[in-house]
Design a binder for this molecule. Structure first.
Ligand code: AVJ
Ligand code: FE
Length: 439
């Protein structure tokens, strides 16, 4: 790298880290100490755990590993190791209090910016495109999305606010045919792509049809009103067993009130937004809706081909709209709006084949189990992805309104248990083409 390129990279890293920290601060300064330390749901950590865990991971990777500096708080490593304590047990741990946690993350960050400056001053190249810094910025943003999900579960008066998303529009075609053929899945060139997105490899995908937009609350309401939650024919045996045992009859945060459906969003009750992508559904619910609609969920390869394949050039793009980083015109990302945007709101974000809102708004369930790609290599640690490669996890794609652009791209892979719905999860449907559609 030339000195100029080094400086550009340094400034970019500093900017991305600072943006993550502003968000962590916004998500934790808005709540009082009691709310920071208590557990809002057994599925989530106390917010103050996420905050100090963000600092601890940053200390481990950037202060100690990259910087070679002395530990700041080696004594707390065990408390903030996600593999040592389940979320449900974290409130009972002797955690740093809110003031201590804030002081800790600030002290770590000061050292990290010093490590970054010295790397540049001493002319040491920021190795691998400063991957470790990018990984830590993504890690902080992933926990910021998790903290946003905790806010959604939190009872009491709302503390978060953001302007509404852009208006929707009528979308001409409900479905798009993606032609059969190979495409490049995953990446070997995206500098901050995580190990599970690598390497780039060719995948043959048969022709399929995919929805132009995510399934909306209005679409989903029709399934609810058709008593879809009471008919096992639409559900997998596992999905049905879970539906019955958990007594689920609608998406999370939907409620019947005076004979109509309402939903609660960050402490505010509102009429169902019929034209917004449905959010807070499990894989099982998504799968049941798709069956009821005469369709199915897309596989992960289908989703990525719809999002990245450009039939004109035959190559895979970084994003549906091209190779440029997302702007506010392309996608609803980064907690800029605290809800999914109505369908049709992002014509500039469409893929070459005309598929919209693949990036942002809601994470989209796919039918695929989480697994390593052919040629997968652990980097830099097995606990990021490899230990989760298992059929019990389903892959979600595309990011949500709560996801920062640094942790979202055409190749980005998220995963969760198929029963989870406290995350910002929705879906779109796919199906096999009818013979006449193949011409
Ligand atoms: C990729 C969102 C499933 O939150 O468990 C955070 C990201 N990994 N800390 C998670 C992650 C380590 C991960 N997900
Ligand atoms: Fe983490």
């Amino acid at each position: 790298l030339t000195t100029m390129e080094q400086e550009k990279l340094r400034a970019h890293v500093a900017e991305v880290l600072t943006r993550a920290r502003s968000r962590s601060t916004a998500l934790t300064d808005a709540v009082d100490d009691h709310d920071l330390t208590r557990q809002h749901s057994r599925l989530m950590s106390p917010l103050v755990w996420d905050l100090a865990h963000i600092g601890n991971q940053e200390e481990l990777w950037l202060v100690r590993d990259v910087g070679g500096r002395d530990p700041v708080r080696q004594d707390i490593d065990e408390l903030y190791d996600a593999f040592k304590h389940a979320r449900v047990d974290r409130p009972a741990l002797p955690l740093l209090g809110p003031a201590e946690a804030r002081g800790y993350v600030t002290e770590v960050r000061d050292k990290v910016l010093d490590v970054l400056d010295h790397a540049v001053l001493e002319g040491r190249p920021l190795v691998e495109g400063a991957f470790a810094f990018g990984m830590i910025a993504q890690h902080e943003q992933q926990h910021d999305e998790t903290m946003l999900a905790t806010h959604q579960l939190r009872a009491g008066a709302p503390v978060l606010d953001a302007p509404p998303p852009p208006r929707g529009r009528w979308v001409p075609a409900a479905e798009v045919l993606v032609p059969a053929g190979p495409f490049t899945m995953g990446t070997s060139t995206e500098p901050w792509a995580l190990d599970n997105e690598r390497p780039a490899h060719q995948v043959h995908v048969d022709a399929f049809v995919i929805d132009t937009t995510p399934v909306t609350c209005g679409d989903y309401l029709a399934f609810v009103e058709a008593r879809g939650y009471h008919d096992p024919q639409w559900w997998s045996p596992t999905g049905w067993a879970h539906r019955q045992q958990a007594g689920i009859t609608a998406p999370r945060f939907w409620e019947r009130e005076d004979g109509r459906w309402v939903r609660t969003r960050f402490g505010v009750r509102e009429p169902l937004p019929l034209d917004e992508p449905v959010v807070h559904v499990s894989f099982h619910e998504a799968e049941a809706y798709a069956a009821w609609a005469g369709k199915r969920l897309p596989t992960e390869a289908e989703w990525e081909k719809a999002a990245r394949f450009d039939p004109a050039s035959g190559r895979s793009r970084r994003y549906p709209w091209g190779d440029e980083d997302p702007t506010a015109e392309h996608a609803n990302l980064g907690q800029r709006h605290l809800r999914p945007a109505p369908v049709g709101a992002y014509p500039a974000g469409a893929s070459p084949l005309g598929v919209e809102q693949l990036i942002g708004d809601v994470w989209e369930w796919t039918s695929s189990d989480f697994a390593g790609y052919p040629g997968f290599a652990v980097f830099p640690y097995p606990e990021y992805s490899q230990v989760f490669f298992a059929p019990k996890f389903k892959v979600l794609r595309g990011g949500s309104f709560g996801t920062d652009p640094v942790a979202c791209r055409g190749t980005f892979r998220n995963w969760d248990y198929p029963i989870r719905r406290q995350i910002f999860s929705g879906f779109r449907c796919a199906r096999d083409p009818r013979p006449e559609e193949l011409g």
